[in-house]
Design a protein around this ligand. Structure first.
Ligand code: GRF
Length: 198
């Protein structure tokens, strides 16, 4: 894997389509960080809540247009803004091959279940937790993984489990999983970036 230049801040772009509670935790965690900064919040939706958070924190935002994203990945734009790595946090569009090629091994995603189970196209949010409960699982959790050309498929970097108890609703499981996400995603991003520094 390529190394990260020491001395300069490593610039992250956080991609989020929704509320952005993870993006917010990440932005809070890295505010004032010596080596890592959130340089851009990218969204597929102009009305996404995450954009209010970004504006409140004076983080630049980029709203994607679908056709252009699928064709170019906005790779030139991201490079021009000096983005070093990409963090997906509730970003629903598939990342096109052109962007994966422009940022090899430099795109991470978080999934609200223990991959390789309960992943793939259409498996997000409520659907994931309902499937976990319907299968009678006694645990669920989070998976942080590299992004490749298949949904929820890239190499796994980190997992953490939580219990699924009898009678748990999907909302209850979602809450436990979200607590894990907020606690671990920023820390794991930091470890991942810092581990690549020379
Ligand atoms: C999280 O559950 C994450 O695992 C998934 O999308 C959700 C985003 O939630 N990829 P939020 O918008 O960060 O609150």
């Amino acid at each position: 894997m390529e190394s990260v230049k020491s001395g300069e801040s490593h610039k992250l772009a956080v991609f989020a389509s929704g509320k952005g509670s993870n993006a917010q935790k990440i932005a809070e965690y890295f505010a004032g960080h010596q080596h890592i900064s959130i340089a851009l919040i990218v969204s597929s939706k102009a009305s996404a809540g995450v954009l209010d958070m970004a504006r409140a924190k004076d983080i630049p935002v980029l709203i994607l247009e679908k056709e252009r994203f699928m064709e170019t990945g906005y790779a030139d734009e991201l490079r021009a803004r000096g983005i070093d790595s990409i963090i997906l946090a509730g970003f629903l569009w598939k990342v096109p091959p052109v962007l994966i090629a422009a940022y090899p091994n430099r795109i991470l995603n978080i999934h609200p279940a223990l991959l390789p189970a309960y992943g793939g196209k259409g498996m997000y949010g409520q659907k994931v937790h309902e499937a976990v409960i319907a299968a009678g699982e006694t645990c669920s959790g989070i998976t942080i993984h590299y992004v490749d050309e298949i949904y929820d498929h890239g190499a796994i970097l980190f997992q953490k489990t939580c219990a699924v108890e009898a009678g748990d609703t999907w909302e209850r499981v979602a809450k436990k999983v979200q607590e894990l996400e907020h606690r671990h995603y920023p820390e794991q991003i930091e470890k991942w970036v810092m581990g690549r520094r020379k």
